[in-house]
Design a protein around this ligand. Structure first.
Ligand code: FPP
Length: 247
């Protein structure tokens, strides 16, 4: 264990070649709780604590963008009590963000459809986005009621409106046209995607934006995810050869 940890020491990471944007699918909260004979809600609470740790660490080492999948468009299918817990944790997270996170110069943004969110959460999102908008350290992007397909549908509708009003012609549509209408407009595509808990799929997360992203999977459950796992993922990323379809 010790040599492994030592190898993953911060010093080993090449700070000049950090991924600018890390995206994380924080999976395994439920299993973490189940293994301890606890209710799933406790797993989500521990998952929120893991998120706080990782936000601080990413900010400390100089990651520019961190996007986390907090709640997918499919997560509404979970039992109402679990949905309520996740929404309560999100609300609490945003409410405390000023002192815990934004005070470290982090800008917080939320992406996703807001139509099913309560007014209370929508107001908190608007407040946090407004109060942190001038922070020029790390960007923390929270995907909430987010789905990659929904992101694209939303973009297509926007473009269709522009065509209808004569603002653009169909033949003028290019990749940039679509990108400009995605929730992530202005944010560079993720360089590295981390998914915890052993699952190896994208689950409708940033499906357009992940086109050339490097994927890193770990069996570690999200509440157990720590600095050493983050460093392992970054080290692994730094040893890859990104060719973007070239040679
Ligand atoms: C997956 O674990 C995790 C989620 C569906 C939500 C992730 C949410 C958090 C980490 C906490 C809330 C977020 C914020 C931003 C405060 P799972 O429940 O699918 O785990 P399982 O696959 O083991 O059942």
């Amino acid at each position: 264990m010790f040599p492994f940890k030592k190898r993953l020491n911060n010093v080993e990471i090449d700070k000049s070649r950090l991924p600018a944007h890390i995206a994380i699918i924080m999976d395994g909260n439920g299993r973490w709780a189940k293994r301890r004979g606890m209710p799933r809600n406790i797993g989500h609470r521990e998952g929120t604590n893991a998120l706080r740790r990782i936000v601080h660490k990413c900010n400390d080492i100089g990651i520019k963008y961190l996007t986390v999948y907090a709640f997918s468009t499919e997560n509404w299918n979970r039992p109402q009590s679990e949905v309520n817990t996740l929404m309560d944790l999100l609300y609490e997270f945003l409410k405390n963000a000023d002192k815990e996170i934004a005070g470290r110069n982090v800008r917080i943004r939320v992406i996703g459809d807001d139509y099913r969110l309560t007014d209370k959460i929508k107001e908190e999102i608007a407040r946090v986005q407004e109060t942190t908008k001038s922070n020029d350290g790390m960007n923390l992007i929270i995907a909430l009621n987010y789905g990659g397909r929904s992101d694209i549908v939303h973009a297509v509708r926007n473009i269709a409106e522009q065509i209808k009003s004569g603002e653009i012609k169909p033949e003028e549509i290019c990749e940039d046209t679509i990108e400009q209408k995605l929730y992530t407009y202005g944010i560079p595509d993720p360089d590295l995607l981390i998914r915890t808990s052993g699952e190896q799929r994208t689950s409708n997360f940033l499906i357009w934006q992940l086109a050339y992203t490097e994927f890193w999977f770990t069996k570690t459950l999200w509440p157990d995810f720590k600095e050493e796992h983050l460093f392992e993922a970054i080290l692994n990323y730094q040893n890859r050869d990104r060719r973007y379809g070239g040679v």
